[in-house]
Write a protein that binds this ligand. Structure first.
Ligand SMILES: Cc1cc2nc3c(=O)[nH]c(=O)nc-3n(C[C@H](O)[C@H](O)[C@H](O)COP(=O)(O)OP(=O)(O)OC[C@H]3O[C@@H](n4cnc5c(N)ncnc54)[C@H](O)[C@@H]3O)c2cc1C
Length: 306
């Protein structure tokens, strides 16, 4: 029996674990990946907005976060597969057959990139369908690329790749781009970048690698093929809450609903970081939430309330 089980070892889960440990709570951190860090493992750009620390990328920030981790007492299990979870009973069942019981559960499962679900998307992953403009910039240099999405991430990546690619085609569904004004202005004055609004990429085509995308511009018009050697999909994220559906209240987009103590609609079940915060999905808010839940849980257990 643990005091707290935390699910997810991104910035939120790591912060919660450290704080729970510091407050003397018996804590177990469960992570499905083989390493801690969550989305930080996919941040290839410099992180300049985490107060007091600048890092060249997420990995460098993670090194700061995990420094002295061996001096902490909380248990962490990596590569864990959760089979089911009973939030009422506070019981986590693993695929390995193990059952874990706790007083409090902290959901820190973050978000994942939304997929398009089109032909070629999975088949050409790392064969032209790239992960990130910053990470794959050198690989894409000299190639024509297509970016799918109309938000900040799509626009930022288009500008980055336009520095090394002959052409960048940005395809998005909306009438206007959702990206911030600064990005929109730069996109429209960059002669390498073409923007296709009200359009969808319906297929990624290739042999061993990506050769083209099929684009449907406006309803009723015939789709056409555009020759490209790289495709980047940035159409937003979705919360990892499937496992908790029907046990706690989720909002329309599937994010966990929480109160100011970060408690969900079920007592002693908390949700922190991106999984419960579509408004401010940041490292700052996730780590801050971690401290909040630890304080709340410790205070309640000290009062003997279970
Ligand atoms: C490219 C990029 C750049 C970014 N740049 C910045 C920036 O400059 N500044 C900033 O503040 N933020 C930035 N962010 C956002 C920031 O990384 C996130 O806000 C932060 O990582 C959220 O932390 P989290 O702990 O809530 O979730 P996550 O980091 O998403 O971690 C969730 C963890 O839960 C695990 N998990 C999920 N489901 C399960 C399960 N069933 N069982 C066990 N484990 C599970 C996941 O594997 C993951 O490790 C960036 C994100 C990206 C992708």
């Amino acid at each position: 029996m643990h005091d707290v089980v935390i699910i997810g070892a991104g910035p939120g889960g790591l912060s919660a674990a450290r704080w729970c440990d510091e407050l003397g709570l018996d804590t177990l951190l469960l992570e499905q990946a083989d390493q801690v860090g969550g989305q930080l493992n996919r941040v290839y750009n410099p992180v300049t907005n985490y107060l007091g620390l600048e890092a060249q990328n997420g990995q460098e920030l993670l090194e700061h976060f995990t420094r002295n981790l061996d001096e902490t007492d909380f248990d962490q299990w990596m590569g864990v597969r959760i089979a089911s979870i009973d939030l009422r009973a506070k019981r986590v069942s693993l695929e390995s057959g193990e059952q874990i019981q706790s007083i409090a559960i902290v959901i820190a499962t973050g978000v994942r990139r939304r997929e398009l679900g089109i032909e070629g998307e999975k088949e050409f992953r790392e064969k032209g369908v790239i992960e990130s403009g910053s990470k794959d910039r050198d690989l894409m240099a000299g190639r024509d690329v297509c970016i799918i999405g109309g938000g900040d991430a799509a626009a930022e990546n288009a500008l980055l790749l336009a520095e090394v690619c002959p052409t960048v085609t940005l395809v998005h569904r909306g009438k206007t781009l959702r990206a911030r004004r600064e990005f929109r202005e730069q996109l429209h004055t960059n002669h390498c970048i073409t923007v296709f609004p009200e359009s969808n990429v319906t297929r990624i085509i290739g042999d061993d690698e990506v050769q083209a995308v099929e684009i449907q511009r406006k309803e009723g018009l015939k789709p056409f093929q555009l020759a490209v050697r790289g495709v980047l999909i940035r159409i937003g994220v979705e919360p990892n809450t499937e496992m908790f559906r029907d046990q706690i209240q989720l909002n329309d987009l599937g994010y966990a609903a929480v109160n100011s103590e970060r408690e969900t609609t079920r007592e002693f079940v908390f949700a922190i970081g991106d999984v419960s915060n579509p408004l401010a999905p940041t490292i700052n808010t996730a780590t801050g939430d971690g401290a909040t839940v630890a304080k709340v849980i410790a205070a309640r257990l000290n009062k003997g309330k279970r």
